[in-house]
Design a protein around this ligand. Structure first.
Ligand code: F0G
Length: 439
């Protein structure tokens, strides 16, 4: 896409503008920019931070999109998009569950652990919060085609929102490496699915070439409008807590768009007076895909992308796009970054699943990471922690089947729950009742 941004100093009254976090140049937001035309840096959408807000600012008339959508409810802290361009599936309004079993598992002896379940969004992941803003922006600028590269959730979300908007969608997925549930969803919503030979990092790099060369709107989280919607997970957590700030908000990190969004949300909520301190943001990566955790461990001195390998396919990303913005989040919030093994992820997932809540593997990194950070003393055992569950349990049924039904190194997994085959007799059922159900 040809870019004709005019560089000006940062505006005092932002309407729909974006500013480069590296060089500080500001550009009109009525074009599709994913990186700074001047220096290639990451862009942030500008928000009016001269306003002062109290929680009642978010009361909205019944039946309005601001009341129905847990994203547009916070429109004062989002880019201004004309109502006729808003494409919403009434996302957000997700549950926050406080859970004793998860609290114990995390080791928060005198604290508590709650999960904000973003799997309860319309397409089953947190991506819908970002997608409503990106696709609305795409509508407002008359985008012809919207495209993304994805490990599966962004593609399902884009496919749904683009279909809602009536704009063709094209998604690039790593060949054979996303869950069948996510692929099915994306196909069902009607997007054109392109299986790229290579992993997510290859697909995203290729997509960025495509959107730079042709008139195609990029919907990945490098697009500054995507993180804007994802900020509302944080606004809703704070709202759920009556604007009392938890000690820690934990989330899985892959491409790091969400980590970037969370820091921006917290800093803005603070600046407009909604909160008087910031919680620490804890970003948890899978050990086989943890370049940001290594960067953090080096004191943000040395950064190197990796070749990613993890069972949590959603976060199997070795060259995250939002590293600089995510670093800002960790620095601004006194945050922390760590990584957890696939075994730790699977064990935490089994704990979340058997608590009756359920999530996809990547989401469970939140709990696994907090357990590790409490054990190491990095997080106090009396902390109040909110972990974000980024995707629904049905998002990755392949991993459920593999965990529960398949042997691992010739053995059952520790919490495998295999269906039991019986003859159709009452005696057989009684035996199951005694041996398995009541055991
Ligand atoms: N959890 C889930 C379930 C995800 O799908 C993703 C990212 C993340 C966590 C990580 O979030 O990238 O903002 O750090 N999924 C992207 C996708 C990459 O294509 O669906 P992040």
């Amino acid at each position: 896409m040809s870019v004709s941004g005019e560089s000006t100093p940062a505006p005092s009254t932002p309407i729909l503008t974006v500013t480069c976090m590296a060089c500080g140049h500001t550009f009109g937001g009525s074009q599709a920019l994913s990186t700074c035309p001047d220096c290639g840096g990451l862009l942030d959408a500008d928000i009016d931070l001269t306003q002062s807000l109290t929680p009642d600012a978010f009361d909205a008339p019944k039946g309005s999109v601001e009341a129905l959508s847990g994203v547009w409810r916070y429109h004062q802290l989002l880019p201004r998009i004309a109502p006729e361009h808003i494409v919403s599936r009434y996302e957000g309004h997700t549950p926050l569950y406080w859970n004793e079993r998860l609290t114990n598992y995390a080791g928060l002896r005198n604290g508590r652990f709650g999960v904000k379940h973003e799997g309860h969004n319309p397409t089953g992941s947190f991506k819908d919060r970002g997608m409503t803003v990106a696709v609305s922006h795409a509508m407002s600028i008359g985008a012809r085609v919207i495209a993304c590269a994805s490990t599966g959730n962004t593609s399902a979300s884009l496919a749904s929102y683009a279909a809602t908007a009536g704009i063709p969608a094209m998604v690039l997925i790593p060949d054979g490496k996303i869950s069948a549930s996510k692929l099915s969803q994306t196909i069902a919503y009607g997007a054109t699915v392109v299986q790229v030979e290579g992993d997510f990092d290859v697909a995203l790099a290729l997509l960025r070439e495509l959107t730079a060369a042709y008139d195609v709107y990029l919907a990945n989280s490098v697009n500054p409008f995507r993180p804007e919607g994802q900020k509302t997970t944080v606004f809703e957590i704070l709202d759920d807590l009556d604007w009392q700030v938890p000690d820690v908000i934990a989330l899985p990190g892959g491409n790091l768009g969400n980590t970037a969004a969370f820091g921006k949300a917290l800093s803005e909520a603070f600046q407009v007076g909604l909160i008087d301190k910031l919680p620490r943001v804890a970003t948890i990566q899978a050990a086989g895909a943890a370049p940001f955790a290594a960067y953090y461990a080096s004191g943000f001195d040395h950064y190197e992308p990796v070749h990613a390998e993890t069972i949590a396919s959603a976060i199997k990303i070795g060259a995250p796009a939002s590293v600089a913005r995510a670093r800002r989040t960790i620095e601004q919030t006194g945050g922390i970054v760590t990584s957890v093994t696939d075994e730790e992820i699977l064990d935490a997932k089994a704990t979340i699943d058997t608590a009756g809540i359920g999530c996809e593997p990547a989401s469970a990194a939140s709990l696994a990471g907090i357990r590790k950070l409490v054990a190491s003393g990095d997080i106090a055992a009396d902390a109040t922690v909110v972990g974000v569950l980024t995707g629904h349990v049905l998002k990755d049924t392949d991993s459920i089947v593999a965990y529960h039904l398949e042997d691992h190194d010739g053995e059952l997994r520790p919490r495998a729950n295999r269906p039991i085959k019986v003859e159709a007799t009452l005696d057989a059922l009684k035996k199951v009742l005694d041996d398995a159900v009541l055991d």
